[in-house]
Design a protein around this ligand. Structure first.
Ligand SMILES: [Zn+2]
Length: 299
């Protein structure tokens, strides 16, 4: 979770020029991020990854990056009269620092847009009067993550590399290395931009609990309005120790199996590829599921 100071969150810093819902705002922020990528590509004369925050900085009025001990924070954006300074948590992995800095550049882009988010959450509002403000703050953070993904892994470039490597659990590490992003960021980006519908799932163990199982932590993939056309959710949000998928957590080799996914109208069995990453308490499993892949023997 990143925090930004003195930027778009400051009530005096902006006069909303228009009111947008989250979907419209997402389209707009992606557009702005792409413009920034295009300017960088023109300036350096090629579109070869990685796309690093340091390269975008001079194009977006960012004077410098400072590595500092920020405790729980990932990064902060500070605005001065002559530009921005981004402070980033020196204790985090370089790939995570890249994403945190790109997220803060997202705040700078969002601040420029001067939009007021229109969050429709009437029911929630009844119980908690603060809810609209909280929902707006969360929505802004999500928009900055969307911008960060587009800056570090521009869709058109990422797609080219993805088609070269193939949509597979084995491509995640290659793509993460090439684009200098985390394994998780690369996996979620695959699910977002893959021409073939693909769902990325993140499974975590819960340290300190006695149950030896993996819990579903995040799902990224085709939503109702996107290319996949359906909102697939795993029927079971828990992976028990005896299951095939759990072997991905125990060993380093990728694992292939099937899992049940809930659709609007029923349940479908999808082929799933999974792999474990990290060590000890921070170990996790990423799965990729393929709604349109039909395979009997391979999985
Ligand atoms: Zn933020």
């Amino acid at each position: 979770m990143s925090t930004n100071y003195l930027t778009s969150d400051s009530p005096t810093s902006q006069v909303p020029s228009s009111s947008l819902n989250l979907e419209q705002a997402t389209i707009l922020i992606i557009e702005r991020a792409r413009q920034l990528v295009n300017r960088l590509v023109v300036q350096r004369g090629h579109e070869k990854p990685p796309f690093l925050p340091e390269e975008f900085a001079p194009l977006q009025g960012i004077k410098k990056f400072v590595k500092a001990d920020l405790g729980e924070l990932s990064a902060v954006l500070l605005r001065f009269h002559d530009g921005y300074v981004i402070k980033v948590n020196e204790k985090h992995q370089p790939s995570r620092q890249n994403f945190s800095c790109a997220h803060e550049i997202g705040h700078a882009l969002l601040s420029e847009l001067k939009i007021e988010l229109c969050i429709e959450d009437v029911e929630f509002r009844t119980f908690n009067p603060q809810a609209p403000a909280i929902a707006r703050a969360r929505a802004k953070e999500r928009l900055c993550n969307v911008a960060a993904a587009e800056l570090l892994m521009p869709e058109m470039v990422f797609k080219k590399y993805l088609s070269d490597f193939g949509v597979s659990i084995n491509s995640i590490e290659w793509l993460a290395n090439i684009f200098r992003v985390s394994i998780r960021a690369a996996a979620f980006r695959i699910a977002e931009v893959s021409a073939e519908p693909c769902i990325a799932l993140l499974w975590l163990s819960r340290p300190g609990t006695k149950s030896k199982a993996l819990h579903l932590s995040r799902r990224v993939g085709p939503g109702k309005k996107s290319r996949g056309g359906a909102n697939y959710m795993p029927v079971h949000a828990l992976i028990k120790r005896k299951s095939t998928l759990y072997k991905a957590y125990q060993y380093d080799n990728p694992v292939k199996c099937h899992k049940l996914f809930r659709l609007d109208a029923g349940v479908k069995r999808l082929p799933v590829e999974s792999k474990g990453f990290g060590y000890g308490e921070t170990r996790y499993v990423i799965s990729l599921a393929f709604p349109t892949r039909w395979s009997k023997a391979k999985y």
